[in-house]
Write a protein that binds this ligand. Structure first.
Ligand code: NDP
Length: 241
């Protein structure tokens, strides 16, 4: 029986590449999404990957969603917390809805999605939790106080949860991608994007697959001694210690 991997926001962008990478590595993949049903159904038809719709901000929907995945596919052994959004704006012009939406989707989701799987993993003394943070959670980014705060929170969450569960055979790691070529980045103003690429030493945006293959490694048995780690994948744009 192949292991079950659940990828939030797994039907588009980085999450789509993660879902495909895990499927190719032999996992049974459940990919969740929020509302873009057309894209999710096309992805399902093309790949055969199971797709599920629920909002990662809603704790009850997450608990019910995980229960359904486990009933249909088996226990979740790998959780990839990838779903995320941006609602950019300078802080002095930002309203509380912009703040809350980003904190809720990017940080509250660490609770709402991890809580329903953690006791099962502890009971089986095995599990992999891989959280997608961001370069902007490491260095901060003008116009993204909300996003930078949420993504920095993901790093702290990862380190604390790793300590709590290491002895139970569960690893918890996070990846901080730099700018990756997805719809989230394509939505940025062209001039802003040009100036960002000019500051990436490798001279280009990253590919979603370059994040996905690191997730596949972290999910594997080979990564059993790696926990609480923060992996920087950003083309040299920010070299954190
Ligand atoms: P996309 O916007 O391309 O895709 C986001 C995915 O998350 C979609 O599948 C979307 O579902 C899902 N999603 C959004 N909100 C919710 C929600 N409330 N509940 C459930 N699912 C939701 O994003 P990216 O692929 O670019 O980003 C993926 C992750 O990587 C995010 O956490 C992002 O912050 C992070 N990241 C991205 C970088 C980049 O350069 N792209 C850089 C650093 C980090 P639907 O399709 O239904 O809308």
């Amino acid at each position: 029986m192949s292991k079950v991997a659940l990828v939030t926001g797994g039907t588009r962008g980085i999450g789509e590449a993660i879902s495909r990478g895990l499927k190719d590595a032999g996992y049974t993949v459940a990919a969740t999404y929020a509302g873009n049903t057309e894209k999710a159904e096309a992805f399902k038809a093309e790949t055969g990957i199971h797709v599920y719709k629920w909002d990662v901000c809603d704790p009850e929907a997450c608990a019910a969603g995980v229960a359904r995945v486990e009933e249909e596919l088996g226990p979740v052994e790998v959780l990839v917390n990838n779903a995320g959004i941006t609602r950019d704006g300078m802080f002095h012009k930002m309203d509380f809805d912009q703040w809350r939406a980003v904190l809720s989707t990017n940080l509250d989701s660490m609770f709402t999605m991890t809580h329903p799987v953690i006791n099962g993993m502890r009971g089986r003394s095995a599990g992999r939790i891989i959280n997608i943070s961001s370069i902007n959670g490491q260095k901060g980014q003008m116009g993204q106080t909300n996003y930078s705060a949420a993504k920095a929170g993901v790093i702290g969450f990862t380190k604390a949860l790793a300590q709590e569960n290491a002895f139970k055979g569960i690893t918890v790691n996070c990846i901080c991608p730099g700018y990756i070529n997805t719809e989230m980045v394509a939505a940025m103003p062209e001039k802003v994007l040009e100036s960002i690429v000019a500051n990436i030493p490798v001279g280009r945006l990253g590919h979603p697959e370059e994040i996905a293959q690191t997730v596949v490694y972290l999910a594997s048995d080979s990564a059993a001694f790696m926990t609480g780690s923060v992996l920087t994948i950003n083309g040299g744009q920010y070299i954190a210690n």
